[in-house]
Write a protein that binds this ligand. Structure first.
Ligand code: ATP
Length: 238
């Protein structure tokens, strides 16, 4: 199972007009893994995620999900197949309650286990359960991040893409979010985690990739990267 490749990114290049944001990136994510993609501001991490989910056209290269190119498939179709992203900035439905937001996450499903899955999400995030009838727009940044993750889980992802889930949160909330990312992974969800918080992301990761100026400059298992002097100097302030 561990060698079953869910996501394969091959020679990916993405440009915004004349600006080459991603300049030829290769990596993969295998079933059951938590893979972290780290790098500084502007390294091209978000652009890479957008290309993976079909939100940004690929200029060159390919992305394969479950062995099939994502080209021309569209974000909706990919989500139906289990490729689900929690975008940077969360994107919750602010005028809907927490429960309604969670139900929106299940809109592609037709099975009878939706209510049971809401309870599972409430198990991961007791805070959401306490506030289930509250409008999402009135929640704190950390709570909205929890909601965005919960909503993505309601789609029963095969691969969950998380774009900077800890961004802008208080230290306590950052702890909580990484704890839940770990729980989600332990419950069997494959995760691609994009983070500027390199130490936390690599601590959790089976494998990691470092992106700099649109290319992958280092890769390895999480602990090895975490202990690498170059990574420590560039991303952990040592
Ligand atoms: P951050 O952590 O700040 O989100 P990142 O590693 O995710 O950084 P990207 O957001 O992918 O980086 O940005 C990569 C490069 O592409 C940057 O130079 C950025 O200015 C540029 N870029 C991103 N989005 C656009 C856009 N819509 N139009 C033009 N340039 C863009």
């Amino acid at each position: 199972m561990a060698d079953n490749i869910l996501l394969q990114v091959e020679g990916l290049k993405v440009a915004y007009g004349g600006i080459q944001a991603v300049k030829g990136v290769d990596f993969d994510v295998r079933e059951g893994e938590l893979v972290s993609l780290i790098g500084a501001n502007g390294a091209g991490k978000t652009t890479t995620l957008k290309a993976i989910t079909g939100l940004q056209p690929l200029a060159v290269g390919d992305v394969k999900f479950l062995g099939k190119s994502i080209k021309g498939q569209g974000a909706w179709n990919l989500a139906k197949q289990g490729l689900v992203m929690v975008p940077e900035g969360r994107g919750t439905f602010t005028r809907m309650t927490i429960t309604e937001n969670l139900l929106m996450g299940a809109f592609i499903r037709k099975d009878s286990e939706i209510q049971a899955d809401i309870e599972k999400v409430f198990g991961l995030f007791p805070r959401l359960k306490e506030r289930r009838s509250q409008l999402a727009g009135t929640m704190s940044g950390g709570e909205q991040q929890m909601l965005a993750m919960g909503r993505a889980l309601m789609a029963r992802p095969k691969l969950l893409l998380l774009d900077e889930p800890s961004m802008g949160l208080s230290p306590i909330m950052v702890d909580k979010i990484f704890e839940v990312v770990n729980d989600i992974h332990r419950q069997g969800v494959t995760v691609l985690l994009v983070e500027q918080n390199a130490s936390r992301a690599l601590e959790l990761a089976n494998r990691g990739y470092v992106m700099e100026s649109g290319v992958v400059t280092m890769q390895g298992d999480g602990k090895t990267l975490l202990n690498d002097p170059k990574v420590r100097a560039a991303y952990l302030g040592e």
